[in-house]
Design a binder for this molecule. Structure first.
Ligand SMILES: Cc1cc2nc3c(=O)[nH]c(=O)nc-3n(C[C@H](O)[C@H](O)[C@H](O)COP(=O)(O)OP(=O)(O)OC[C@H]3O[C@@H](n4cnc5c(N)ncnc54)[C@H](O)[C@@H]3O)c2cc1C
Length: 647
């Protein structure tokens, strides 16, 4: 599942760049329109066009060639490029629906474009519809006819749906020239709501949590029904657009924006069902629900609780499909472990219910790699009765960074306690926060304050430097608010507007190894070089005696991290922190060359090339199984990001 550090070090050193490309002549020709990158497909000789655009897509239009092909992966011939300006290439980098070359005559449109500013073709007699909309697209619904067809390029007949209310949720057809035009055309034809780059709402919709990676999807689909999701996936597949769902938008790599420009983002913000079945305790939850609203909803409906992380704005879609750690996880398991079934839209547009008995392979794969296999429109999660109270504790230490030995001995003592079954069982979890000056430990205990103060606290603090301590009993809901760091766990369904600009990566530390004195010492020395870089490290306890996380294996779900003692998150602010954060990983990994470290899927690190990501996140065995399944259910890689299965 993970790989030895000697290999890691080599791979990490190339983590920020793709492996050097093979000579042009020896490359495999792209069969899915993608090019360059870790697979190194060439466009030369492909059916999509010979130019590999700067965004990694084959084509032959100006939108591919205009800002220069990636010459190692194909070239523009003079006949393949048009003379249009390249200013739109960022959103036009998909393989299909290349813009038409303007023609002086009124040809009948064969691609849905029309009118004076969009190719000059007429819509009369096309299969798209007879009306050429004000913005240059053929169609027959109110979205096209409503604002009047362009004179001379086709007409709305009485049967065209003009005035129909069926498109009231659908964006009007307002695209200018765009290679994703056929996808938009298809969405219009199926009355699927969407926003495109020119819509005023677009910027707010696509703004990711991580502002450092502001990718621009070609189109944002806003489904209200499962059928909308199904139709959108079919439209994307037909047009050759890559698809990613957006739930809470908190991907560290902005993968829900596609992970590069030009994808179809399917934004699940309207899928907000939260329905608790009081009998079974199973909650039916829409794929766009954020964690705070989930926790609030099930508690309000039936005093129920479920395992997940602490940030209320994180979405169920990414969190529950890539792990999901919170203070409940050592007791109840990861968030993903609570999923008992899911409704999933697959690459061919079908909707399937996946569970341990129905489509079990899909069920296995979406818990670890959902973004590569489909879109979960509905989760079914097993809740449990919320505890009437929980003990919250927090120790803030002084002077930990005064010397290497204090830092090292403090951590080694906590690590010893974490593995000591006479102190630690499944009822406790905690994490350590450090930032080069501050060092604190906080967590939750499923027991009373008295039990904690007599059985756990003395052992945790024994021999350690002085600390300010807080130990308090809290009601479940108050505890959720406390650890959220916000004044409320309820989050707005639309217009969520919290963001950061950061780079983060993780290290999973196997229980068998733990962190050694040398690794901690080297880490201490390295942190002293931070200078003006603003960063923090959170080290969460996943393993130890009784951990529910580690009681499962890779047969249960496509999630390999079931033997970690610690999971580190190394987080730096702004792009300037990237080198320093990479160095934190290196300091630890290089100090323990015999240890198989890995990485945590929910802290996805965009600096890894696909092959490295696959090794770190899945290991060879699980990745092979995922890749084989991907070939079966999504051979065209409709669901794609730069680290997706098959990328
Ligand atoms: C402030 C903050 C706090 C965090 N706290 C924690 C924590 O306490 N514990 C923890 O474990 N992690 C935590 N994380 C990490 C978080 O769990 C991941 O970033 C998670 O993947 C985000 O999910 P999302 O739905 O918000 O992200 P999105 O960006 O919407 O999606 C992430 C990925 O999942 C895919 N996806 C989303 N929805 C679906 C769906 N319905 N079907 C299929 N694929 C889907 C997307 O396409 C994308 O590839 C935190 C992150 C942040 C930014």
């Amino acid at each position: 599942m993970k790989f030895l550090v000697s290999l890691t070090a080599g791979l990490l050193s190339v983590g920020l760049a793709y492996a050097s490309p093979a000579p042009l002549a020896k490359r495999a020709v792209s069969t899915d329109g993608s090019c360059g990158g870790s697979k190194g497909f060439t466009c030369q000789g492909s059916s999509f066009g010979n130019c590999c655009s700067q965004y990694g897509w084959c084509g032959s239009s100006t939108d591919h060639c205009g800002i220069g092909c990636n010459s190692a992966f194909g070239q523009c011939t003079s006949s393949s490029a048009t003379s249009k300006p390249a200013t739109t290439s960022k959103v036009l980098s998909t393989r299909a629906a290349s813009p038409p070359t303007p023609t002086p005559t009124k040809n009948v449109s064969n691609d849905g474009t029309c009118g004076g500013s969009n190719g000059g073709s007429t819509c009369s007699g096309t299969s798209f519809g007879n009306c050429c909309s004000a913005s240059g697209w053929c169609g027959s619904t109110a979205a096209y006819c409503g604002s009047g067809c362009q004179v001379g390029f086709g007409n709305c007949g009485s049967n065209t749906g003009a005035g129909s209310s069926s498109t009231s949720k659908t964006s009007p057809a307002t695209p200018s020239v765009t290679p994703s035009g056929s996808a938009l055309q298809c969405l219009n034809g199926k009355n699927v709501p969407y926003k495109m780059t020119s819509d005023s709402e677009y910027a707010g919709l696509v703004e990711p949590y991580n502002l450092r990676l502001p990718y621009k999807p070609a189109v944002v689909v806003l489904p209200i029904t499962n059928q909308h999701v199904q139709d959108a996936v079919v439209c994307a597949a037909q047009a050759g657009l890559k698809v990613q769902a957006k739930s809470g938008g908190h991907s560290y790599a902005s993968f829900s924006s596609g992970g590069r420009d030009g994808a179809m983002q399917i934004n699940l913000q309207s899928l907000q069902t939260i329905q608790l079945d009081q009998g079974s305790g199973v909650a039916t939850v829409g794929g766009g629900v954020r964690l705070g609203n989930l926790a609030d909803g099930i508690f309000t409906q039936g005093n129920a609780a479920v395992s997940h992380g602490t940030c209320p704005g994180v979405g169920i879609g990414g969190h529950y499909t890539h792990g999901g750690y919170g203070h409940t996880s050592r007791n109840w398991g990861l968030a993903m472990d609570q999923v008992v079934a899911a409704d999933v839209v697959l690459a061919n547009g079908t909707l399937t219910k996946a569970s341990s008995t129905q489509s079990p392979d899909i069920f296995w794969a979406i818990r670890g790699a959902a973004e590569s296999f489909g879109i979960v429109t509905t989760f079914y999660v097993q809740t449990r009765a919320a505890p009437s109270s929980i003990t919250y504790f927090e120790f803030t230490f002084s002077g930990i960074f005064n010397s290497k030995s204090v830092f090292t001995n403090t951590f080694l003592h906590i690590q010893d306690v974490a593995k000591n079954a006479s102190v630690v069982d499944n009822r406790i979890s905690f994490g350590i926060y450090l930032d080069g000056s501050g060092f604190s430990l906080s967590g939750a205990f499923f027991g009373t304050v008295d039990e904690f103060n007599s059985g756990v606290k003395p052992e945790l603090l024994r021999t350690l430097p002085s600390a300010e301590t807080t130990v308090q009993s809290m009601g479940w809901y108050d505890y959720l608010v406390k650890v959220s760091g916000e004044s409320t766990i309820k989050t707005p369904v639309t217009g969520y507007d919290l963001h950061e600009d950061f780079f983060a990566k993780s290290v999973t530390v196997p229980e068998s190894a733990g962190l050694t004195s040398k690794a901690l010492g080297d880490l201490f020395d390295y942190l002293k070089t931070a200078g003006s870089v603003q960063y923090y490290i959170i080290i969460n306890l996943y393993g130890g005696p009784g951990s529910a996380i580690n009681s499962k294996d890779t047969n249960f779900a496509a999630y390999v991290d079931r033997d970690s003692l610690w999971v580190l998150q190394n987080y730096g602010y702004g792009g300037d922190s990237i080198d320093f954060i990479n160095g934190i990983n290196s300091a630890i990994i290089n100090a323990q060359p015999q240890t198989s470290f890995g990485a945590y899927l929910n802290y996805v690190d965009p600096s890894y090339d696909a092959a490295t990501a696959h090794k770190l996140y899945y290991g060879d065995v699980v990745y092979s199984r995922l890749a084989a399944l991907k070939q079966q259910v999504d051979p065209q890689s409709v669901f794609w990001n730069p680290q997706a299965i098959g990328a």
